[in-house]
Design a protein. Structure first.
Length: 410
């Protein structure tokens, strides 16, 4: 009996140790399987040592690391880039890499590096963050310098079709009437996306692409990005409006979306408080974001080895991870109502005075749309999507309540 009892104890001990070991391995290597969203930080430092410090600091409450080297000297340092990526994967992080835009001196090895990551890291390598704000940058360009001085600047050979926009603007300046439809502008912006050679190279090699923007997400997705992050945090009052736009675009175009919490101010401390950032992450999660990221740039504070992230930001990330990110996605993640905007109506939607396609002042449609938006956001909150009238992406079957821009909302 003693031998039987001793053998039983040994077997129980072996089973317990095997279970503990398996659970430990699972906890260390399968963050993605445990969490229905990717939660992470976007590194913008200057050295591999800084990247490793940030990974070590956050690996217990994140499962995503974005390496941003387009803003610093790392983009040419192959050894450091390899070292950072390998370390992030070893620490249980999924990986997105941003090596900047296509340039003749670096692009060949950048592209080969991305292919190697895809082969070497498999599903842990999510893809490439390529180019920034594909709609926002041209939208907020200084168009007055193009249209306002009568020069030949609009004949830039790298921007074909801009001459047609110039002609439309010149006519409007003479007559005082702007276009009733904006198909020419929409086509020009679309062509601009299609001419992105670096992005086209990535697509041709079946490498998933990510970017972020702060307006017109519908049109950014038309540029064939796989995932787009809405940049939030710079204006808390617009977050619900941003989430409604990006989720609506992703829903109808069958894409994936997320949010990246960016600067609140352009001066130190840059980021919002930890408490407010936590609330913004929760809003993103409740709206159904698949990716929730905290932006971390620059590294110009010699007293802070973690860039612009402070203890309150790390606490917010950890609180979000423990209280929210380990739960199932909320039922409210899908909208019950939708507002349908006119086709090709590229209004920035940041204020009633925002531009249309960055060129035109608000028109007679704008006031009604803004009024309807305020009413519907007040009524549905995160339950509202915003989309565009486009036959290629029908809305039938997606929403319980459908509102069009020109109807009266009560």
């Amino acid at each position: 009996m003693n031998r039987v009892h001793a053998l039983s104890l040994v077997l129980v001990f072996i089973l317990v140790m095997a279970t503990v070991t398996a659970l430990s391995i699972y906890m260390q290597t399968s963050n993605d399987a445990m969490v229905p969203v990717y939660v992470g930080v976007a590194f913008g430092g200057n050295t591999a040592e800084q990247a490793k410090l940030l990974i070590d600091k956050t690996k217990g409450f994140t499962n995503l690391f974005i390496l941003n080297v387009g803003r610093n000297g790392l983009h040419s340092n192959q050894t450091a880039i390899n070292e950072i990526c390998k370390y992030a994967i070893e620490q249980g992080q999924s990986l997105i890499v941003n090596l900047g835009i296509r340039t003749e001196d670096n692009w060949y090895w950048h592209l080969e590096f991305f292919k190697t990551c895809k082969d070497q890291y498999g599903d842990d390598f999510l893809g490439v963050y390529y180019d920034d704000e594909p709609m926002g940058i041209p939208f907020d360009w200084d168009w007055s310098g193009v249209f306002g001085n009568g020069s030949d600047a609009y004949r830039d050979p790298y921007l074909p079709g801009l001459d047609l926009l110039f002609q439309r603007k010149a006519i409007a300046m003479q007559t005082g009437q702007q276009p009733q439809k904006y198909s020419v502008e929409a086509q020009w912006y679309y062509d601009l996306l299609m001419m992105n050679r670096g992005h086209n190279d990535l697509q041709a090699n079946n490498i998933s692409t990510f970017t972020s923007d702060y307006l017109l997400y519908w049109y950014s997705f038309l540029g064939h990005y796989d995932v787009i992050f809405a940049q939030i945090g710079w204006n808390h009052s617009l977050i619900n409006l941003q989430l409604s736009q990006i989720r609506g675009a992703a829903t109808l175009q069958n894409k994936t979306w997320g949010t990246i919490v960016t600067w609140k101010t352009t001066e130190p401390p840059y980021l919002d408080s930890g408490e407010n950032i936590y609330d913004q992450m929760v809003m993103s999660y409740d709206a159904g974001a698949k990716y929730i990221v905290l932006f971390n740039y620059p590294y110009n504070d010699e007293g802070n080895q973690y860039g612009i992230l402070t203890d309150e930001h790390f606490m917010a990330l950890e609180k979000f991870w423990s209280r929210v990110a380990t739960k199932a996605l909320p039922d409210a993640a899908r909208a019950e109502a939708v507002l349908v905007l006119p086709k090709d109506y590229g209004w920035g939607l940041r204020s009633p005075e925002d531009k249309i396609w960055g060129i035109w002042d608000p028109d007679e449609k704008s006031e009604l749309i803004w009024d309807n938006l305020e009413k519907l956001l007040g009524k549905y909150g995160l339950g509202l999507d915003i989309v565009y009238d486009d036959q290629a992406y029908p809305i039938q079957g997606y929403y319980k309540y459908v509102y069009y821009w020109n109807q009266t909302v009560t």
